[in-house]
Design a protein around this ligand. Structure first.
Ligand code: NAD
Length: 457
């Protein structure tokens, strides 16, 4: 695909001419991005409504607001992030100072998914801009309306030789990955993440992989069950469960199960009504292919709520599965929909060993007020990030890095972590002219004695 090669070449030239590096340039571009987003705000809501049936308020809360906030945060801190960072220098290097300089990688690619199509394209882009890179955004083919509004926004704010947008299917991503990129930031499935890493290896391009997985939610007897259920339902049903950090399944202490189910059903009805598919603010599943996969996952399972969908609108009712076991189909893959299986445990050890048997989760949510339990889970289980006594909210704090570990990804972003992700840190040892001859040959007796005494531990 010739045009993709042309874009990369144009961007490399633009980057090499040093246009993107000054703080003034970066601040101005962040402001231009913010203005363009504001200009098209209404169209962004309309696009999210068409692609995912998200309400304006859900789109504002979970996509737009987080982008605007991230821009403001980057602008406020950019000067400090770009400063040289002085570090200690060992006495053996006297007289010198040491420091780190953050430099942009160059031409970077951001490949984004469909589930938060606006947020997960624009939020990493803010980091790429703040760090002084040129960027090509490859958007998901499954959210075409949002893709086209993002294209409009980017073209309104930037020249193609600085930031470009690619729409289209896998072939477009493939053609982009053929190019010698300086960094790849990918958000999507673990399966495709592996392909991205393989392709990046060809050019030794560093990657961040923001992937998925099964994020558990653990509940013990020390919490207010109703409040726990309310917060879980919020996290699970946001975007109809199509959220990478949504609680995938619940592990509840055995005796609490029935009470918990009552609360979960109660909160679903309070939030979405008894006919959730008639609720105009209930998001849809992105495509027929994804809808069919979810309907198939429920086959043969026993549910106490939901279990049905509406093919015309691609909506699936909030569904609670109660007799799931570890071998059930629904426990073999990331659900990524409004289906909530409930497993029970008697001892915390069972929970820990179950989680450890699978890939490291992107998120984990623990509902417990017992400090020992909190410590035990945090010390025994590896996962990207999470909450104690809430769901999803870890990603709203720019001071917390967001990213997975193991099968759920590598690298992190948000706030300063985004700037760091899109920057290479150059290490500089800066020597002054006073020259101490100790390290040079010939090694005389006195030099040897001195060196041995200085270097000896
Ligand atoms: P996906 O992996 O199918 O696609 C993501 C992007 O990769 C799309 O732009 C797509 O066009 C491109 N792509 C697909 N196949 C490709 C290939 N063979 N070669 C090159 N590019 C290819 O993911 P999705 O279905 O869009 O998103 C859902 C997944 O993303 C879930 O697993 C979810 O957990 C994960 N996710 C993770 C995060 C996170 O921040 N960790 C956020 C959102 C979604």
């Amino acid at each position: 695909m010739e045009y993709i090669r042309n874009i990369i070449e144009k961007q490399r030239k633009f980057f090499n001419e040093n246009h993107t590096k000054s703080i003034e340039f970066r601040e101005k571009q962040l402001e231009l991005l913010k203005e363009a987003i504001k200009k098209y705000e209404q169209e962004i809501y309309e696009a999210l409504k068409i692609d995912l049936n998200k309400s304006d308020i859900e789109s504002l809360m979970s996509e737009l607001y987080l982008c605007i906030d991230e821009i403001e945060y980057a602008k406020r801190h950019l000067k400090r992030w770009m400063r040289r960072k002085y570090v200690y220098t060992p006495i053996s290097q006297f007289p010198s100072i040491s420091y780190k300089v953050s430099e942009p990688y160059g031409v970077v690619a951001i490949i984004s998914p469909w589930n938060y199509p606006f947020l997960l394209s624009i939020q990493p882009l803010i980091g790429a801009i703040a760090a002084g890179n040129c960027c090509v955004l490859k958007l998901s083919e499954y959210a075409p309306k949002v893709s086209s509004i993002i294209k409009k926004i980017i073209e309104c704010a930037f020249q193609e030789e600085y930031i470009a947008v690619l729409e289209g299917e896998i072939e477009v991503a493939d053609a982009l990955l053929e190019q010698p990129l300086d960094y790849i930031f990918f958000t999507g499935s673990t399966q495709v993440g592996k392909i991205i890493m393989e392709k990046a290896a060809k050019h030794l391009t560093p990657v961040t992989l923001e992937l998925g997985g099964k994020s558990p939610c653990i509940i013990d007897e020390t919490v207010d069950l109703s409040l726990a259920a309310k917060r879980i339902i919020f996290g699970k049903l946001l975007n109809s469960g199509q959220t990478c950090v949504a609680p995938d399944y619940i592990f509840v202490q055995k005796d609490l199960k029935d009470k918990l189910v009552e609360h979960l059903i109660g909160w679903i009805e309070k939030m979405y009504g008894s006919q959730p598919l008639d609720n105009e603010n209930y998001p849809k599943i992105i495509s027929k292919k994804h809808y069919d996969r979810l309907m198939e996952l429920m086959q043969g399972e026993e549910f106490v709520l939901g279990g049905y969908g509406k093919e015309e609108t691609l909506q699936i009712a909030p569904t609670i599965l109660v007799h799931v076991n570890k071998q059930s189909k629904v426990m073999q893959e990331e659900i990524f929909g409004p289906i909530l299986p409930i497993l029970t445990y008697q001892s915390l050890e069972e929970v820990i060993s179950h989680i450890k048997e699978g890939g490291k989760p992107l998120a984990l949510y623990l509902f417990s007020n017992d400090k020992k339990v909190q410590r035990k889970i945090l010390n025994s289980v590896s996962f990207g990030g999470g909450c104690i006594n809430d769901t999803i909210m870890q990603l709203t704090n720019p001071k917390l890095p967001f990213g997975g570990v193991g099968a759920s990804g590598m690298g992190q972003y948000h706030g300063k972590y985004s700037f760091d992700t899109f920057s290479h840190e150059k290490s500089i040892l800066h020597k002054f002219s006073l020259d101490i001859p100790l390290r040079y040959q010939p090694f005389t007796k006195s030099k040897k004695w001195l060196l041995k005494n200085i270097l000896k531990k």
